[in-house]
Design a protein around this ligand. Structure first.
Ligand code: HEM
Length: 489
């Protein structure tokens, strides 16, 4: 018998359907005149994208004003966008304010420049280099938690979000600046935080988006950015003069390619350092903040995590060998990233007309990926609104599409800082669990806020209770280890 595919009426129908799809629009909400879906999008982008995925399936369109815009929500359409058609899609880097702040760093760059930056940063961020920083990171976090002991004693509630942000900033600062951290770290951290404060928040309504940002605020932002540049360039000069070799991004990038005459210029270094600073701290701080919110609402999960931390760390500070042993902590942090992905959306722009999920996508269109929406698809994560760390046991992950869980993105532009973030959040979370139990001060429903990352609206005020009497010190002495540290990084 011939192996030729046979003509069938069914096949002909499918062909006609395919052609019809290419000329039709994907399903989506009915647009308002001129405004499209902007009012709903402005109110809460995360919920808007989640609704699109729920009501219109894996690939949908909505109108951004009058411009058709697409949401790739299913793992299949995300893979097609970020992997199969990666040559046709570029990052959306039209925001002048972001360009001014981080220049042509790894987040924004394309082509050969991106390749060089990515290769060098990935080399510096290798697994061993990250693990080697654990003990040092723990030493940085310990004094920060001393302040929580006083809050625990006095029974005062604290907003944990700014404190967690500061802790992550300290760790990122140390990794970015290395030997220059002692001299410039404080100023850079303060200025980056001030820049983020002065940064215009995305408007929540159409009327708000029609108002230009106040001139005074823009001037303040520009003056902060200028001061930040001065300090960062001083740190770069300091590194060049000292030539010191350490684990940091600054030291690694300053040395990269120098022998082949392809070293980075000062301006390129500045862009890379500020990119890492900006990309690295709010995301992890958001992850930790939502973690403690969920732990409070799931006392049995909290208890289990406390038990793991007690078993692995006892009363000493974390060391590199502990990281892989904190397995339940990994599951809890991953599940938090599923429900509350800090980067709740990211976008691509089509360089030419093409198709996605069989639908025509015109040149210049914006395609959105929303980890928030994809992570809440019932078929991918049953009972999606329930916090359940068991979803991240190796057996549960097996067989799930790698494009179903995308808090760090996917394809060649996935997050270069993923390994660093995972280790830093584990260090901070485990040190807090070792010492404290955190309780929400009110039972008001959680409201999420879309800023540069997703955050809880109104912060996260919590009561801090010490788990052990203050007389039981946490020490860095390996002698007090509960579990022997045999694993090498
Ligand atoms: C929980 C923490 C973090 C989350 C959720 C997160 C999320 C993401 C996502 C979703 C992307 C992909 C964006 C896209 O494809 O358009 C990304 C890219 C990136 N992230 Fe992260 N990130 C985190 C921590 C970090 C840290 C600690 C650093 C600092 C080293 C960092 C640096 C970057 C950079 C430089 C890119 C661009 C990579 C490229 O385009 O080649 N991130 N991140």
């Amino acid at each position: 018998m011939s192996a030729q595919p046979q003509y069938s009426e069914e096949r002909a129908k499918q062909g006609t359907k395919q052609r019809a799809r290419q000329s039709a629009e994907p399903p989506g909400p009915k647009p308002l005149p001129l405004l499209g879906s902007l009012p709903e999008l402005r109110r809460n982008p995360m919920e808007f994208y989640a609704r699109l995925a729920r009501d219109y399936g894996g690939f949908s369109r909505f109108y951004y004003g009058r411009k058709p815009t697409f949401l790739a929500a299913s793992p299949e359409s995300i893979k097609e966008l970020l992997v199969d058609k990666r040559e046709i899609y570029v990052k959306n880097t039209r925001y002048a304010a972001i360009r001014r702040a981080i220049g042509n760093g790894l987040l924004n760059s394309e082509g050969e420049t991106w390749k060089k930056q990515r290769r060098c940063t990935q080399n510096i961020l290798n697994r061993k280099a990250i693990r080697d920083q654990v003990a040092e990171a723990a030493e940085v976090i310990a004094p920060e938690l001393e302040r929580w002991q006083s809050a625990a004693k006095s029974g005062t509630a604290i907003d944990i979000e700014p404190d967690l942000t500061r802790m992550v900033q300290l760790l990122i600062g140390q990794w970015v600046l290395g030997s220059q951290y002692a001299r410039y770290g404080g100023q850079v951290t303060e200025l980056v935080a001030a820049v983020r404060q002065a940064w215009p928040e995305p408007p929540r309504s159409i009327w708000a988006s029609l108002k230009p940002p106040p001139l005074l605020r823009l001037r303040k932002l520009e003056s902060l950015l200028e001061k930040l540049d001065e300090v960062v360039y001083a740190a770069i000069r300091g590194q060049r003069e000292s030539g010191s070799v350490d684990f940091s991004l600054l030291s690694g990038l300053a040395r990269a390619g120098v022998e082949e005459g392809q070293g980075f210029s000062d301006a390129e270094l500045r862009d890379q350092l500020l990119t890492a600073y900006h990309a690295g701290f709010e995301t992890s701080a958001s992850n930790l903040t939502f973690l403690f919110y969920e732990l409070y609402h799931h006392p049995e999960i909290r208890q289990r995590l406390h038990r793991e931390v007690d078993d692995v760390l006892g009363s000493r500070l974390p060391e590199s060998g502990d990281i892989t042993k904190l397995e339940y902590a990994r599951c809890c942090l991953s599940e938090t990233l599923r429900l509350y992905p800090p980067a709740y959306n990211f976008t691509r722009v089509a360089l030419e007309e093409n198709t996605l999920s069989g639908y025509a996508v015109p040149k210049g269109s914006m395609v959105i990926v929303s980890p928030y929406a994809t992570h809440r698809i019932e078929e991918l994560f049953p009972d999606p609104l329930t916090f359940d760390p068991e979803r991240f046991r190796p057996e549960a992950v097996e067989g799930r599409s790698q494009f179903a869980y995308i808090p760090f993105g996917a394809g060649h532009r996935f997050c270069v800082g993923q390994g660093l973030a995972e280790v830093q959040t584990k260090v901070i979370a485990s040190m807090i669990c070792q010492r404290f139990e955190l309780d929400c001060v009110s039972d008001r429903p959680l409201e999420t806020q879309a800023g540069t990352v997703m955050r809880p609206r109104g912060g996260m005020p919590m009561l801090v209770r010490a788990r052990h009497p203050a007389s039981a010190p946490i020490s860095s002495s390996a002698a007090s280890a509960a579990a022997p540290d045999t694993e090498s990084a």
